[in-house]
Write a protein that binds this ligand. Sequence first.
Ligand code: GUN
Ligand code: ZN
Length: 417
Amino acid sequence: MEARCDPWILRGRVLCPRPDRPAFEVLEDALVRVGADGRIAGVEAAPADCAVPVTRPGAVWLPGFVDTHVHFPQTRVLGSASGPLLEWLATSVFPEEARFVDRAYAAAVAEEFCAALLRHGTTCASVYSSSDPGATEVLFAALDRAGLRGQVGLTLMDRGAPEAVLLAAEPALAACEALAARWHGHDDGRLAFCVTPRFALSCTPALLRGAAALADRLDLPVQTHLSENPAELAATAAAFPDSADYVAVYADHGLLGPRALFAHCVHLTDGEWDALAAHDCAISHCPDSNFFLGSGVMPLRAALERTLRVGLGTDVGAGRTFSLRRVAAAAYDAALLSGTAITPEALLWHATLGGARALRLDGRIGRVAPGFEADLVACDLPPHVVDRAALFDALAFRRDDAAVGAVYVRGRRLRGG
Ligand code: GUN
Ligand code: ZN
């Protein structure tokens, strides 16, 4: 993948996420200069006599969406209605994930997966692969060819699932180390390896401890599922009787810390929220998945009032969409149901800069500002969408009339004109 792009200038309506609060600065007619290194060199108001043509008339530009939680091997079973969680995993997920030992199958789905991310304006994703190292290699290569950004983990599971998807702790951790050596930091940090124990129930204590040790030794990010469903909570408490609660299971095995990203967090106690905050963990909020599996409603307020870093996750295939905008709409509904409303503007911030923060990439992406990498999307809005509130409403709720038109990563166009 060529690292450089031709320098270019974007002219248009640009939404710049603010670094100080979950909101955007709206630039009605801006010039964004993109350098040959794919970084933003300047952002300024277009002068009255500006000779640069508008890049995409009718479009609004914003940073690419960051999906903080998505399962590559669930692409073809997205929206398979066999929930709740544990039944859905057994019926719809594990048989499909077993197919990824076939490299040709994995390669075909990897192409579909990358195309789906791009179609919805996702430029960066935190991805669970299957438990097969070969499939994970194939996925990294596909993301690299597509020009996408992200972190990917071999999904670690050495118990609690059919034999066909299990991999024992020792070979699994050796495979993680080999994948990290090959891909972590690839192309100046565009791709990264993420240590990914599926969830406590699918890992022996030895595997959880080994995963934490590997992440510490190689300074790798960590992702897993946490407190999604009542039956899962009961089974986890039974499997780890020495740990005080679900968060303590991960803490007791060395997995809490600023590199850790926890998906769901639907049923946490105040004490568990406090522990996540004390360790500066990040949260992936996946409301569309939570609705589909009937898991419950994550109290977003509990995370935000503790200033935890929160990104949005599609959680495909329990999530029924690759669209972070649709997830933002689900998060709006979830927030109302949990008793504390949040604006579509704030949710779109969590889908962009908030996600970058959750992945600790906010030094490079998530803003439209000098020095940041030019990961940008254009959404084509109908001409009557003029004022500020209508703009964010249209992006979150009127997706049928406001398609993602163009997608750039590091200044290179990956989709659209
Ligand atoms: N918990 C463990 N594995 C999974 C998964 O694949 N999807 C969801 N939503 N929850 C999980
Ligand atoms: Zn998930």
